[in-house]
Design a binder for this molecule. Sequence first.
Ligand code: TXA
Ligand code: MG
Length: 334
Amino acid sequence: MTALLATRMAKADAMAAADAARVLAAGGLVAFPTETVYGLGADATNGPAVARLYEAKGRPAFNPLIAHVADIADAERLARFDADAARLAKAFWPGPLTLVLPKAAGCPVAELATAGLDTIAVRVPAHKVARDILVAFGKPVVAPSANRSGHVSPTRAEHVEADLGGGIDLIIDGGATPVGVESTIIACLGEPVMLRPGGLPRAAIERALGRSLGHSLGRSLADPAAAGDTDGPIAPGMLATHYAPRTRLRLNALRVAAGEALLAFGPVPAEGAERAACALNLSARGDLVEAAANLFAHLRALDAAGAGAIAAMPIPREGLGEAINDRLERAAAR
Ligand code: TXA
Ligand code: MG
C-alpha cells in the first residue's frame, strides 16, 4: 500500500456492528475482537479486499485464511461436513474451534483467501462483538489474527494499532480478548487431525468425538523440509517461527540470569527472580486459563523491556497448556 490510511478506533458500542459492516461492504479492513484474539476482517467474497488484507499484514499469499460466519447454516454454504465435523460444530460452535473441511460446490469465498486449496477453514466465533458484525454484514468474513505477519497475536485493540495502525480502516475496541490464544484447528478430511492446538483443549474435542485425535502436524512443520513428508493436511501458517518477539526467549527456565526478563508462572518464584530486568506472571495462582489470556500481552510487554533475553518458566502441558507451550516454542525457535 502506498498511501497511509487514517485508522479509526471505535468503541464496541451499539453502533459498532453497523459501522464495521459498512466498511467491510466497501472493501475495507476492520479489526475486531473475537474470544481468542483480535482478527483483521475483510469481505471473504471480495478478491481485491482479501488482497489488501494480505498486504496490510505483510502475509505470504500462500497462507490461507479462516472464514468466519454467524452460524452452522452459514458454514454449510462454504464447506462440506462429515459426521465428525458436524458433531464438533454442534458441540463447540460458537467457540474457539476452526474446522478445515472440503470446500462446498459454489462456495463464494475468493480463491485468494483459500490460497487455491480445495479445502477451507471455517469458524463461528462466540464473542458478542464478532457475532454482531457477522450478523450485520451477512456474508463470510476472512480474519487472520490482526498482527503483522510473524508478530505475536493481538489480544487488545492497542496491540492492533501498534502493528497495523495506518494500514487498515477501522479498529473496534472491545477490550482484552478472554481466551487469549488462537482457535484450535481440526481438519476433518477423513480421520480428524489437530493442525494447531489452541483455545479449545484437546481433551474436550476427544470427548466429543468419542476417540483420540490424530497427531498434531504443527510439530513436524518445525522443520519445513519434514513438512513435505507428511501426506495428511497441513496448516501452512504453522511454521516454527510464526510467533516471534524480537527478544530471544529461553524456555523451561528455573532460574533467571543477569540481564534477563522473566515470564513467570505459578506461585513459586524462579531462582534469582529479584534480579530480573522486568518480571510478569502469567498466572500467580497457576491457572492455565488465566495464563493463556495473559500470554501475548505479557510477551509484548517483556519484548518492549529491552532485556537481553526472556526467561520463561515451565508451563504444564495439560488443558490450555498444550497451546501455551506450542506458542512459546514457536516464539523461541528463531
Ligand atoms: O482464533 C483464531 O483462529 C484467530 C481469530 C481471529 O479467529 N484467527 C487466526 O487466523 O488465528 P490466522 O490466519 O492467524 O491463522 C489461521 C491458520 C493459519 O495457520 C493457516 O495456515 C491455517 O489456519 N489454515 C487456513 N486455511 C487452511 C486450510 N484450508 N488448510 C489448512 N490450514 C489452513
Ligand atoms: Mg496468526
